[in-house]
Design a protein around this ligand. Structure first.
Ligand code: NAD
Ligand code: DAU
Length: 355
């Protein structure tokens, strides 16, 4: 019986959605291991932080001694590894943290998991899983047609995607060489509540309501395949429960949109929900392109649909509307993140509030 999960990066955007879902919908005990970088925000977890199923460990995945302690003390049944540096633009201006956390950190976690797994016996050993969360960006950039499948060769183009590709290869090697029961998932662009506003969708929503320019890179014709974050969280839980060790699964939203379409749709939703005297689209501003900007990502999510029965439940229209509403209705979270106060809050609160 698997009911104790160690989640790394559980204070981030996707990790916090996974943590909230496990606590709300299962009897799992969740151990959230997170360094709390600028992207880690315990205010995204206030709904669960007092729950008896939830534990928090402020630990860097690059700290081998501390990571080993967490395995020893909490004895997890399974691991879901989301901790990473995740923002492509930051990887271009400062790649070092990406190499350290995404590559070295994953290596350290794999070694700790292997030592721990070697010491397990019986059904605990058989049931143990190391689920690595990765990205579709490892496959590089698509032309006008075609989709990424699990067989698409790796061709990462940015320091971020190269570091994620390296981590995927480490995970694969730990299975091939040591037999560690790993599963990797490669997902497309997520969006939804609690998304740090350096990423396209939350940045555009918040800039628009504050009357600031909406900076579209290049001519806005780059294409991303958008997935609502709770649909991703549900897919991850399913893969961990039913996926086959040694396999990889692609996860995508069947929602290909150009960046300009995304920004225009956000503007239209805001015109309706929070009208101003002129349409929000007046704020769209074309700016210098991202260096090495991948043109198109799109996922063939056929394998996870066929083998595990997963389909996303949100369309882009329903998910985006929910997301815009969430940002309009959660001024306190937004204010904490945009003012930087969430980090002061963490410093003041986490010691006494969370084990
Ligand atoms: P995020 O940046 O919002 O969160 C990352 C979390 O990891 C933060 O809580 C941060 O504090 C933590 N972290 C960073 N370095 C750490 C370290 N050294 N030790 C411990 N914790 C550390 O990222 P996200 O968007 O939630 O992405 C989560 C994972 O999913 C990442 O592995 C990312 O590559 C992958 N992914 C993201 C997307 C997306 O669209 N956001 C899509 C596909 C895959
Ligand atoms: O595909 C999955 C990946 O999606 C994840 O692995 C990454 O962690 C996640 O950050 C995301 O990467 P992107 O680079 O696609 O996301 P971002 O929100 O930074 O940008 C989305 C698109 O919007 C991209 O084509 C660049 C463009 N963009 C982005 C920003 C921040 C703009 O045009 N203007 C902007 O200000």
């Amino acid at each position: 019986m698997k009911n104790k999960i160690l989640i790394t990066g559980g204070a981030g955007f996707i990790g916090s959605a996974v943590v909230r879902q496990y606590i709300a919908e299962t009897d799992f005990t969740v151990i959230n291991l997170d360094k709390l970088t600028y992207a880690g925000n315990l205010q995204s977890l206030t709904a669960v932080s007092g729950n008896h199923q939830y534990r928090f460990e402020k630990v860097d995945i690059c700290d081998a001694v501390e990571v080993a302690r967490v395995f020893r003390e909490h004895q997890p049944d399974v691991v879901m590894h989301l901790a990473a540096e995740s923002h492509v633009d930051r990887s271009i201006t400062g790649p070092a943290a990406f190499m350290q956390t995404n590559i070295v950190g994953t290596y350290i976690l794999l070694e700790a998991a292997r030592t721990y797994w070697n010491g397990l016996e019986g059904e605990h050993k058989v049931g143990f899983r190391f689920h690595h969360i990765s990205t579709d960006e490892v496959f590089g950039s698509l032309g006008e047609s075609g989709l990424f499948t699990e067989e698409t060769p790796y061709e990462p183009n940015s320091p971020y995607s190269a570091s994620k590709a390296a981590s995927d290869h480490l995970v694969r090697a730990w299975h091939h060489t040591y037999g560690l029961p790993v599963i990797t998932t490669n997902c497309s662009n997520n969006y939804g509540p609690y998304h740090f506003p350096e990423k396209l969708i939350p940045l555009m929503i918040l800039n628009a309501v504050n009357g600031k320019p909406l900076p579209v890179y290049g001519n806005g014709d780059n294409i991303r395949d958008w997935l609502y974050v709770d649909d991703h969280a549900r897919a991850l839980r399913l893969v961990l429960e039913k996926g086959k060790p040694g396999e990889t699964y692609n996860i995508g939203g069947f929602n290909e949109k150009t960046n300009l379409e995304v920004v225009r749709t956000i503007c239209e939703i805001l015109d309706e929900l929070r009208p101003q005297n002129a349409p929000y689209a007046r704020l769209i501003t074309f700016v210098k392109d991202r260096p090495g900007h991948d043109h198109r990502y799109a996922i063939d999510a056929g394998k996870i649909a066929r083998e595990l029965g997963w389909r996303p439940s949100e369309t882009f229209e329903t998910g985006l509307r929910k997301t815009v509403l969430w940002y309009l209705e959660n001024a306190e979270w937004v204010e904490g993140v945009t003012s930087g106060d969430y980090q002061k809050w963490i410093a003041q609160n986490y010691e006494q509030r969370i084990i």
